[in-house]
Design a protein around this ligand. Structure first.
Ligand code: TYD
Ligand code: MG
Length: 459
């Protein structure tokens, strides 16, 4: 009853078509359909039904393995994982090529001194991996086993003999299952390889880290189709030209997805950044116009970042608006609010905004800081050097309440700022006894009066 079926699968979105088309009808990607052969299941439904041996059991009788997480000795990684590696979990680690995924995986392997780690490399030769590992801190120990193999069935046989506590697959796009005719990295191969390692992980209680490359659009093509299968998806991000790398959980069955880990790339591999706020503010020129400090939150952690704006007269017909690390539509909105509610005429100006250090901030609490940076640049008056800003800007020019106010204040205080501009409603929730001046504002104009004084920078 076995019959092979040829289908065409979009490598960007996994859409399936019975015939080839030049453009995917689902995601509109050009030339993304690849022929794949799918072997039909030979067991009939009835046969399968007979094989079923499992039966429902009360939830209270289910055994758990809670509390036995493996700590990796890399606190930033543990935090993102939700407190260490859960045995039997499958984690997908995605990121651009060259961002440092292999480095992070090797450092994790090296830090697990009590466990046997199997590092399966499909991209680099054994000696290349060894060369890189020799430069890293900490250096790997002899319980880190290397294997250069891309056939999952061979890997399976090896795992029967050499039991490992943790398996790292670098990368999943180079692995293949011999029964499938499609090339490694195609949607069906990636699916098959993932389910292979999933079965192994769940049966043996071994944790598996699958490394996957993302495309330039920022989505994990190929690996994206397995996001729903795995237990956690970690995204390793950063601007290639900056040393900072941010590890973010976009899915986590065993913890929060809000946490991030911040690393810096050195000669000796990735190093944790202990005080990220200080690092991100280190190069700030406080006397220049167009710069403001925002007390942002990354997960449960406050982070002070510098937002910058440059407003310059347009030399072409249509004014440009360019945002790096900040949402472009949010920028348009802020410009419209500044125009309408604060009487700033920006129609003849190009506006460029940037978040320093290659950081990306998505929360509305950064609105007011960005608006102040824009106003500061337009008027060419610096923002008060010792003040930080938080607040969401509404369409009416009103400053709206934000969350986690206490943590943000604590961070602002810790970094030696003397003043915080915050929404009025937030100011009223705060207990007295703060060491810094809290300036409450209700409208964008009030904030400008508080921050952009003619002697703003001098103090
Ligand atoms: P790598 O981990 O190979 O990236 P990926 O697996 O995500 O493709 O990291 C590659 C980059 O990191 C490369 O540009 C060199 C840099 N790097 C350092 O700067 N220092 C180091 O100690 C290591 C190992 C890599
Ligand atoms: Mg790599």
């Amino acid at each position: 009853m076995s019959r092979d079926l040829t289908i065409f699968v979009c490598q960007a979105c996994a859409y399936e078509s019975p015939r080839w088309v030049g453009r995917c009808p689902n995601c509109a990607e050009w030339n993304s359909l690849v022929e794949e052969v799918r072997a039909q299941a030979s067991t009939s439904k009835r046969e399968r039904r007979k094989q079923t041996r499992v039966k429902p059991i009360p939830i209270t009788e289910v055994e758990t393995s809670a509390g036995v997480r493996m700590a990796t000795a890399i606190p930033e990684l543990d935090r993102v994982l939700g407190g260490g590696i859960v045995p039997g979990s499958v984690v997908l680690v995605g990121g651009d090529p060259g961002i440092g995924k292999s480095t992070l995986m090797m450092q994790m392997a090296a830090s697990l001194t009590q466990q046997t780690v199997l590092y399966i490399t499909g991209e680099e030769s054994l000696s290349q991996v060894r060369l890189r590992a020799d430069r890293l801190m900490p250096k790997p120990h002899d319980r880190v086993l290397l294997l250069a193999e891309t056939d999952v069935e061979v890997v399976e046989q090896i795992l029967e003999q050499a039991a490992a506590d943790l398996i790292i697959v670098d990368s999943m796009q180079t692995m293949h299952h011999p029964d499938l005719e499609s090339a490694p990295g195609t949607v069906s191969q990636v699916r098959e390889v993932t389910s292979h390692f999933m079965r192994h992980a769940k049966a043996k209680g071994v944790s598996v880290f699958l490394v996957g490359h993302v495309t330039k659009e920022g989505i994990i093509a190929g690996p994206r189709v397995v996001e729903h299968m795995v237990d956690a998806v970690l995204q390793f991000e950063g601007e290639r030209h900056y040393a900072y790398r941010i590890l973010r959980a976009t899915k986590n069955r065993f913890g929060s997805t809000n946490e991030i880990g911040i690393f810096e790339m050195h000669d000796g591999g990735l190093r944790e950044v202990a005080n990220p706020s200080a690092v991100f503010l280190a190069e700030r020129r406080a006397d220049a116009s167009g710069s403001a400090v925002v007390a942002a939150m990354e997960g449960t952690r406050p982070l002070l970042v510098e937002v910058q704006a440059l407003v310059a007269p347009t030399s072409y017909g249509v004014p440009q608006r360019t945002a790096t690390g900040f949402d472009g539509r949010r920028l348009q909105m802020l410009l419209a609010v500044l125009e309408k509610r604060a009487g700033m005429h920006l129609g003849q100006y190009d506006v460029f905004v940037n978040v320093a250090g290659g950081v990306r901030i998505d929360e509305p609490a950064a609105d007011l800081g960005m608006a102040m940076a824009i106003a500061s640049s337009l008027r060419d008056v610096p923002v008060r050097a010792d003040a930080a800003v938080i607040g969401e800007v509404g369409l009416g020019g009103e400053i709206r309440t934000i969350h986690h106010i206490e943590k943000r204040i604590a961070e602002v205080q810790k970094l030696g700022f003397k003043q915080l501009i915050l929404p009025r409603n937030n100011a009223q929730q705060i207990r007295t006894g703060q060491k810094i001046i809290l300036t409450e504002v209700e409208t964008i104009e009030e904030a400008m009066r508080a921050l952009l004084q003619p002697n703003g920078g001098a103090k």
